[in-house]
Design a protein around this ligand. Structure first.
Ligand SMILES: C[S@@+](CC[C@H](N)C(=O)[O-])C[C@H]1O[C@@H](n2cnc3c(N)ncnc32)[C@H](O)[C@@H]1O
Length: 266
């Protein structure tokens, strides 16, 4: 893992430099149509054409389709405000190690990943992992692989009924796709008797960011119309206890960093 400067990461080669500076227009509207186009009809529809036998093979294809060697490809990652260059393999292993150590701490009989696509995180969540995702094509891949996955939409109250008693809820970069998290927390509240802990590995706007990289991260989230308020929604409720909150613990993409948020209903 090689430490690099912000200039090695954000320069003319990276299209995000011009977007963040306002030189190239960019503004997404992250409604369900955007998710349908970007994930269901593009990314997961393309993957569904392959007939692999393991989630690892589908994951490797995802990297290949993004122009990266799934093991040796070089990527930028971040820890806090420090940026490094490393291999895809090392970046992913670091992320999975983080997931495993946190889930071990907040384990339940079942671990439910919401927005978990075809279930490629399940092996790091434990034997009783199950989940749901909006994308029909991702769910079709998961079912082909024998995963316990179903169709699930964050915006639909009844979809949360599939949550099993004695569950830890886990999310990784899927609430990122929901600009306003209020609806999610309201729907989870209806299931609270079944939920022991909620563990988020999620990007969100963090009002306390003051550094150049921190402010660029907030701008990046705004331009993508990613989540703006997961932390403020949780902090604003008196029926929720936040157990852990660590911002920018890791960045598989240094502009789109993972914040660790663990909470439970009181
Ligand atoms: C960036 S991917 C993250 C996938 C996986 N959790 C991970 O750790 O990489 C975002 C996922 O969120 C799902 N998603 C987006 N909007 C959703 C919604 N309204 N309800 C459920 N899942 C949604 C997408 O289909 C996609 O699988």
């Amino acid at each position: 893992m090689t430490p690099v400067s912000i200039n090695d990461y954000l320069n003319k080669e990276n299209p995000w430099t011009a977007r963040l500076l306002g030189l190239t227009p960019f503004q997404k509207n992250r409604d369900i149509q955007q998710v349908e186009n970007e994930y269901n009809l593009d990314k997961y529809a393309k993957l569904l054409e392959f007939d692999f036998k393991s989630p690892a093979e589908y994951k490797a294809k995802e990297f290949e389709q993004a122009g990266l060697h799934p093991i040796k490809g070089k990527v930028f990652i971040s820890k806090g405000d420090e940026i490094f260059q490393t291999t895809v393999e090392n970046a992913r292993n670091t992320y999975y190690d983080l997931i495993k150590s946190i889930i071990k701490k907040y384990s339940s009989e079942h671990i439910c990943e919401l927005g978990g696509a075809y279930g490629f995180n399940f092996e790091h969540l434990g034997a009783n992992a199950y989940g749901g995702d909006y994308s029909k094509n991702a769910v079709a891949i998961g079912k082909k692989l024998g995963m316990d996955v179903c169709e699930f939409n964050y915006y639909t109250e009844n979809d949360y009924d599939f949550i099993k008693p004695d569950s830890t809820i886990f999310t990784s970069h899927s609430i990122e796709q929901i600009p306003d998290a209020t609806v999610i927390i309201n729907h989870l509240e209806k299931q609270k008797s079944k939920i022991n802990y909620v563990v988020h590995f999620e990007p969100t706007i963090v009002a306390e960011r003051t550094t150049l990289l921190g402010l660029l991260r907030n701008k990046y989230l705004e331009l993508n119309d990613y989540n703006r308020n997961l932390i403020t929604v949780l902090k604003g409720r008196n029926d929720i206890e936040i157990l852990e909150l660590k911002t920018d613990i890791f960045g598989l993409v240094p502009l789109n960093t993972t914040n660790l948020i663990v909470w439970k209903f009181k």
